[in-house]
Every structure is written in structure tokens, then in C-alpha cells.
Design a protein around this ligand. Structure first.
Ligand code: AMP
Length: 466
């Protein structure tokens, strides 16, 4: 999984638009709109987008995310008469194209910027005409954009900034292939900005394939969890103790009659399934993206109907799952992205029914728990692990402590070397002089065997002449 530098904004005082480095024209447009205070995502996104780095924003519609990327982009866009667009904004639907164009137009009342929206399902010739007049920003759905680019009506060679908005929806709609085709015809040197409402394996994979060291910023539309979900947590030392705790909880069949267990990764989901299967074989099913469509549908159906009372799922599978009366959501791991936690627990407590959720947290995951709690602005009640649950000391390969490479020449200065390490062996104390083969040959024959050492040959000749 890709690692992001996480831009934190906790306890940061509210700023006004005037305190951001905006032009007078943009400030005037914001004044006209009656917007004074940037939303959280707008505050967070401004500097990273301005810095030119790749940026990943996790935010839903309604958080002000469009202006979060548009304000810094417009701040940096200079006046130009060139034909080809410099900013490309990809969105999944034509409604969104219209909406984003409209938002940009409102922001650019006092700036000379040419914006055009293109989308499928309408006459391509009208759009060809529109783009042939020259433009700075193009807002598009992927299919139509690709058609225009392939027909060379719209040249993408000057694109400096690519924004992909609602990328999770785009991938859900099957645009992955089209996006990849578009990336291929864009200039390599460009800033990538992506917004998604949720972080899924698919989104994460796309980022790692396309982005360079992205900076992640993240907000949730509403930090308040559904009021009809009771949330609890357990601090658990490791995976196998988590399994023991789960086995214990699930033994109460009446209470845990329709339990959805979330696991971040497919591999861990399979591992958990193997463990729980030993005791709950007839009652458990699993879904993740490596399972076939049929297998997944069957699992969901069995769970929905109550034939299986336990379902293990990864985050990507949980989206769109609308299953009635889930009695508990159990988070086997504490999600790194707080929004995923919100999505997970939202599977219970639906339709006014009271739901219960548990989150299991290891020491390593505690910082994620902090992020979740600060997003929700509330603490999750921690319960004691029942004494009947065995605390396991067995570790998974991922949990095994990493061995530090003390002899690595690229070692960072503050890598500590523990007392358990022995002195260097005699043979390792020698200084590496490089080119050992040639040195040995030289010693043996008193002259190089390769043509390389010209100075040796010269010195040798001179000596011979004397
Ligand atoms: P979005 O999340 O981009 O779909 O924006 C949601 C709505 O919030 C849009 O109607 C925007 O015009 C509006 N909006 C964006 N930024 C602000 C702001 N700083 N203050 C108030 N409303 C805003």
C-alpha cells in the first residue's frame, strides 16, 4: 500500500480567504459568491497544490473540494493565448462536467480564462468547434476526451495539471482502462491531483501506478457518526489474539446473528477466514476482489438471507452493500483512512435500527484510532478483553519485528544499533578498494591484463627505455 505524507491540520486556527495567497481577482469573485472562510479541505489543499506536488484528497461532494483544487490552480495559471489546454479536469458524469464548469466560471469572473466542458452523449461536432477556438481548462468525461484527443481536435501536449475528481466513482463505472489510455497521451511532466470520496484498493493501486510521492489530505463531510450506532473498541496486541477475541464474541450466536467483519487487505481477510472456518465453517462467508463475481454474489446472498451469519469483507466490497439488519460491524483492523471507518460502521444501524460496531486496535494502529476519533470529535469507548480470551504471542509474518541492516552503507545516521550485535568479523574490517580482480592480476603479473590502465603502460615504457 502506498504511503503518503499526511498533512495534518488539527487545532489549526480558522483562516480567511484573505490569508491565503490569492489574487485580488479571485478574492473579488469569492466576495461576490459570499464566501469568506475556506472550508477545511480548501485550507488543507491550498499549499500542497500550490507546491506543484502530486496530491490525493479524500473528500466527498459538499466539502468544497472543487474550489479546493481550483483556487490554487487558478492562482498559478497565467494569461495565455495558446490554443491547447494546460489544465485537464476529468470527472465521471456529464452532470459533473456541467457543475464543475459552472463553478469555475463563477470563480473566474475577473480573470481571462477559457473553460470548456466536453462529455459523451451529445453532438461531438459542436464540442469540436468549441475546443478549436482555444482553451485553458478542459473539464471532461474520459470517453469523450479520449475521442477528441485521438481525432486530434484537442491536443493534450500542453497539459501541466491533471485533476481526476470522484475517482472512486470513475473506477466503479469501469473507466480504469480509459483513464490509463489518457495517461499515456499526457505529458509525463505534470502535476496529478486526485479526489475521491473513499480510499479503496483500486484507487490506491491507481495512485501508486500514476502518482509520484503524493501528499494526502483528508476530510469527511460529516465528522459525526450516525447516532444510532454504539461504538466500542478493544486494544489487542496482535492478529492471533484478535482471532481469539472474535471467536469468543461470535460464540454468542444470538447477539451476533448478522455480523459483518471488515479487513483492510485480501490476504489478511483470507487468513482470518481460514482461522474462523475451523470453528464456524457452516456460518461464515467471505468477499473480496480476488473472489469471482459468482462467489461474491453467492456469499452476499447467503449473508443477506441469514444462511450465513458472519461475512468477512474488504473495504472495496463494502461500498454499495445494502444489507438490512446487520447486527454488528467488527473492524478487525483499525483503518488507516478515517473515512473508511465511517463507511464501514455505516453498514450497521441502517434504517433507524440501532447498530453496534467494534474496532480492534494494535499498538501500531493507535495513531489511526486517534485520526478516527479526531475526525468524529469523540472517543470510542474501550472495553477490556474478556479474561477467557487467550492472549496469543504468535505473530503473523507482517507482525514479526523487522531486522535492521547494520552493515548497510546507506544506513541513516539515527538508525540505532542494539547491544545484541557483535563486533565486525576480521574479514569485514578490510576497506573496500574496489576493482579487486584487476588489483590481483596487477600484483601477479606486475602489469595490467586489460587495456584500461594507460598510465601504467606509459610509466612502464618510460622505465624500459631508460
Ligand atoms: P463541492 O464539494 O465542491 O461540490 O462544493 C459544495 C458547495 O459548497 C458548492 O455549492 C460550492 O459553491 C460551495 N462552497 C465551496 N466553497 C465554499 C466556501 N468556502 N464557503 C461556502 N460555500 C462554499
Amino acid at each position: 500500500m502506498i504511503k503518503y505524507s499526511y498533512f495534518r491540520i488539527k487545532n489549526r486556527p480558522t483562516v480567511t480567504f484573505r490569508e491565503l495567497n490569492l489574487s485580488t481577482q479571485l478574492l473579488n469573485a469569492l466576495d461576490d459568491l459570499g464566501f469568506e472562510i475556506p472550508t477545511l479541505i480548501q485550507q488543507q489543499a491550498f499549499s500542497p497544490v500550490m507546491s506543484g506536488k502530486d496530491v490525493v484528497g479524500i473528500a466527498q461532494t459538499g466539502t468544497g473540494k472543487t474550489y479546493a483544487y481550483m483556487l490554487p490552480i487558478l492562482r498559478m495559471l497565467n494569461y495565455s493565448v495558446q490554443q491547447n489546454p494546460r489544465v485537464l479536469i476529468l470527472v465521471p458524469t456529464r452532470e459533473l462536467v456541467v457543475q464543475v464548469v459552472d463553478e469555475i466560471e463563477k470563480l473566474t469572473t475577473y480573470i481571462n480564462v477559457r473553460v470548456t466542458g466536453v462529455y459523451g452523449g451529445t453532438n461531438i461536432n459542436t464540442q469540436k468547434q468549441a475546443v478549436s477556438q482555444g482553451l485553458d481548462i478542459v473539464v471532461a468525461t474520459p470517453g469523450r476526451l479520449y475521442d477528441l484527443a485521438v481525432s486530434r481536435t484537442l491536443q493534450l501536449k500542453s497539459i501541466q495539471k491533471l485533476v481526476i475528481d470522484e475517482v472512486d466513482v470513475m473506477l466503479d463505472l469501469g473507466f480504469r482502462h480509459q483513464l490509463m489510455n489518457i495517461f499515456d497521451i499526457l505529458p509525463q511532466q505534470r502535476q496529478n491531483i486526485m479526489f475521491s470520496a473513499t480510499m479503496t484498493d483500486e484507487v490506491d493501486q491507481m495512485i501508486s501506478e500514476t502518482f509520484v510521492k503524493p501528499q494526502k489530505i483528508s476530510v469527511a463531510k460529516s465528522g459525526t457518526p450516525l447516532e444510532n450506532i454504539k461504538q466500542y473498541g478493544y486494544k489487542v496486541p496482535n492478529f492471533y489474539t484478535k482471532v481469539n477475541l472474535l471467536e469468543h464474541l461470535l460464540s454468542d450466536k444470538e447477539t451476533y446473528h448478522k455480523t459483518l467483519i471488515f479487513v483492510g487487505f485480501k490476504k489478511i481477510a483470507d487468513r482470518l477466514f481460514e482461522q474462523l472456518e475451523q470453528r464456524y465453517a457452516e456460518e461464515i462467508c467471505i468477499i473480496h476482489s480476488n473472489k469471482t463475481q459468482n462467489y461474491r454474489l453467492r456469499s452476499i446472498e447467503q449473508f443477506r438471507k441469514g444462511e450465513n451469519r458472519i461475512l468477512i469483507a474488504t473495504d472495496v466490497m463494502a461500498r454499495g452493500l445494502d444489507i438490512e439488519n446487520v447486527s454488528q460491524v467488527i473492524n478487525l483492523d483499525t483503518p488507516e483512512y478515517p473515512e473508511n471507518y465511517m463507511h464501514r460502521i455505516g453498514r450497521t444501524g441502517r434504517a433507524e435500527k440501532e447498530g453496534v460496531s467494534y474496532v480492534l486496535t494494535t499498538k501500531k494502529e493507535e495513531e489511526y484510532l486517534d485520526d478516527i476519533e479526531s475526525l468524529m470529535e469523540m472517543k470510542i469507548e474501550q472495553l477490556d478483553i474478556p479474561s477467557i480470551v487467550e492472549i496469543s504471542d504468535r505473530l503473523t509474518p507482517e507482525e514479526e519485528p523487522k531486522i535492521k541492516e547494520i552493515n548497510n552503507p546507506h544506513k541513516r545516521p539515527n538508525d540505532e544499533v542494539g547491544p545484541a550485535f557483535h563486533e565486525k568479523k576480521e574479514k569485514n574490517r578490510k576497506v573496500n578498494q574496489g576493482g579487486s580482480y584487476q588489483r590481483e592480476i596487477k600484483k601477479k603479473y606486475k602489469k595490467p591484463k586489460t587495456k584500461g590502465d594507460k598510465t601504467f603502460n606509459l610509466k612502464h615504457k618510460k622505465r624500459k627505455k631508460r
